[in-house]
Design a binder for this molecule. Sequence first.
Ligand SMILES: [Zn+2]
Length: 472
Amino acid sequence: MNAALASEAKASGYQTSTVIARIMDMDVDAVGNAEKAAWKRYMGLALLAIAKSVDKKKLIEAIFGKGGKPSKTFQNMYSMADKARNTVLGNRSWDDIRAMPIDAAMDTVMMSINPWLQHQWYRDNFMRWVELLPRPSETVPGAVAYFQNLDKRVRNIRTPIKPGRFLQKFFGDILTQEQIHEHALEWAGRFEHPDVTITQDADEIEKVYRARHLGSCMHFPEGGWEGSCHPARVYAGPDLGIAYLGSSEYPDARVLVWPARLLFFDKFYGDQSRLRSALVTMGYRAGDDSRFEGARIRRIRYQGNYVVPYVDCADWAEDDGEYLILGDGDIELGRTNGLNVESEPDYTCDDCGDGMSDDERNYISSIDRDVCDHCCERKYFFCEGSTEYHPNYDLAPTRGGDGSYSYSHVRDNRNWFKCEATDHYYHISQYTKVETYEGDTYEESYAEENFFYCEYLEQWVEDTDLLRSYCQ
Ligand SMILES: [Zn+2]
């Protein structure tokens, strides 16, 4: 074990005695299924023991008693764990693993060994992979490297093979062709080196943000931010940056990263699974808000305020004079206009007094008021006649026409007439207007029901009792 690893492990969060107790709990020389289970657990625990700098001799003494002889299983697993250490961790440190409770640490260690470990078919056939020890090939990206035989294993020589062929060869009796295809893709997706770029260049970051809409409100393809430049430019170092997949002209995914700490903030835009697995392969880990606290972003002043995007990993920042520091502070990072403050509204609603942009503005010419969309929807209606908005109190009761009409439109309009009985306005294209002998206007069907048509006068007469005799 190297000195750096030993000193890292020394700070481990769980007790040496806990690791030893877990190992002692296991029946290391069990047979059959229990043996497989034991081997699997042993591998993880042996790795944890190594991480914890548990001295091998003391471990043996604790498990097998003073002067006791370690079992064969113990010996095999310990040496395998020692060899697998780099495969499991790659260039990562034990920091994240040590911060976890022992069971979570165990799971993580075991899961890191390879992406097939989560599948039941793989777990049920533990002995097969224990012999082959497949791991990502270092020479052929996306391939599996495994020990072809015991001799090569002793000499630590692995042979690369395509993951699909590996599965066909060693698990072909268990898996269907569809499963082989699917799991081969799973391996390749995890270990191939996709086209990931990590940039801290402001121009490149802006290009990626504007090139393609990946579901973010910070897209701004045609500009339109409030400040002096695209707000995502603040991610151009010194701490943060952007990782993206594909070209900057047409990115498939992007995510915020802290390159020096090998962290990505767990909010992806676009093809999350490919970018995530690529970053994990590169040694990156997901970080939450707390891990991004203290990150420095660029400080761009604009008219007494700051150019900032909507920041996923922090709500506030403070100005240290040179950079903005994420975490606490009074600079708000939750706005979508490209600044830390709400911009001055262009207009004010005459009804509710709220600010509004030109887009949200509705001029009501009949009463000379400027109102916001919200007020407009609540208190005004669109008159099909004047093709303008009118206050709701100006809504005329109408029959015919097409939609709503205002009093100011239907009154004194020769296309409309008012029925004295119903007080409704009727459109002449769909209704017939009749004028009575008395000089009032009605809709024809009302007249038919209530009045009398005088053949002599050739007119409808309202006072039917009186006039029936007169006319006849
Ligand atoms: Zn309003």
